[in-house]
Structure formats: structure tokens, C-alpha cells
Design a protein around this ligand. Sequence first.
Ligand SMILES: [Zn+2]
Length: 269
Amino acid sequence: MPNSRYVGRHRPEMKPLRGRQVVVPIALLSSTVAGGLLVRDAGASQLSPEAAAMKNLSNSVAGLGLTADPAAVAAATAERGASGRSSRDMARQATPLILTASAAADAAAKAEQDRVADAKAQAAKAKADAKAKALAAAHRWVKPLFSSYTLTSGFGWRWGKMHPAQDLAVAIGTPVHALSSGTVIFAGWSTEGYGYMVKIRYWDGTVSWMAHNSRLVVSVGEKVDPGQVVSYSGSTGNSTGPHVHLEIHPDDGAAVAPRTWLANHGVYL
Ligand SMILES: [Zn+2]
């Protein structure tokens, strides 16, 4: 039954106008958002415009529960009064700023993610490189003698007997070096004519024998690095003169020609 229209002599009954009730909150809301963004932005010198806008937007959103910053609202009102702009205009101006701030925040987050991912990748690569370098260093092969020497008897038949080694003549007391990384599996006096001998099993399973030493400086079970001094040369055991008798046993099996084997590993006696 219509009761808000003037029908004849009776005064129309006044009914609350819903539209008017919501006008005030919207205006307040608009001025709060716009005020928070525009006024605070001017004072936020420490922040980028986008960051300041984001900060103020969140302030304003938090303020929707009637906890709006009174200073911001007052400033927005003053601004509106001074410029003659409506709060709706100000809110409209704020919208692109909000969108820009949102995009800038997304881009910044993405850039930070990329930066962290790059740093992780670089650290992993550096670690892998260092590991590969360390492994290459541990697996390198070197000569048994760093000082000069003379190749005497080689691998083959000698005086009707097989000589399964390369002899290197040097002065007594010359340092003898491990050919690569390995473990000492024998260090002592040989009862088979080799005198003081060192046997090393290397990382690849190859075993070297170094015989006729005057002195040993490693013991069984000791780990050695490439080039580490394991003994000093001599002429002990069945020896006709100061020299190092070098045998190479791949996989601890039969002896092979040391010069050929070493050459295949980049070492030239
Ligand atoms: Zn020999």
C-alpha cells in the first residue's frame, strides 16, 4: 500500500530515505582513502611513492572499521576544501596509484625471488666447481722423483730374467713421491730382495711399488696425496747401485711397463 505519495488531503507519511543514509559513509570512506593516500604520501619522504601508497592503502583499509586516522581525514578535508575537489575525485585519482603500487609490489617481489634464486644457483655452482677442482687435484698423477734422474733398466728381460719395473738412478737420500692420492698398503723390509719398499694403492685401484729405499717415512694404512714424500731413495736389498725401482700394478694385478702406463696418465719419465 503506497504511503509515501501525496494522495489527496493527507500529508504524505515520511519514510526514511535509504539513499541518503549511505551517502555519508561513502563520502567518509572516499575521503579516508584519498586522504590516507594523498596527504600521507607528501610526508612519507623515506618511502618510494608506490611503497608509501601501499602503506597508506593498508592504513586506510584497516581504518574502514571506523578507526580511520583522524589526522588523515582532517587533512583530506582541508585538501578538498582548498582544491575544491570532491572526495570522489580524490578517490578516483587514487585508483591508478593503487594499481601502480600493486604492480610495483608484484614486480619487486618477483625481482627479489629471482635475486635469491640466482644467489642460490651461484653458490651451488661455486660449491660444485670447488668440489670438481679438489677432485681433479686429488686424482692428478705426478712423477716419483721431482729432481733429475737417469733412466737405467726398463721394463723387460734383463740377464735372462724378467724385470717388471723401471729403474731410475738417483743419489741416495733423494725424496720419492706418491704418484697420486692413495693408501699405503706396505711399508717395510722386503724379504724378496726389494730392500725397504713402499706399496701404495691409489684411488683408481692401481698399486705402485717403490723399492731399494734408504728410509721410509710412511706406514701401512696412511693416506697420501699426489707428490707426498713417502721415502728416500737408496740401494737396499738386491741392488747394484743407488736407484728407485718402480713397478706399476693396475688393479693390484700383473706389473705393466711404468713409462707407458704413466704416459697414458699424462706423466712422462
Ligand atoms: Zn729394478
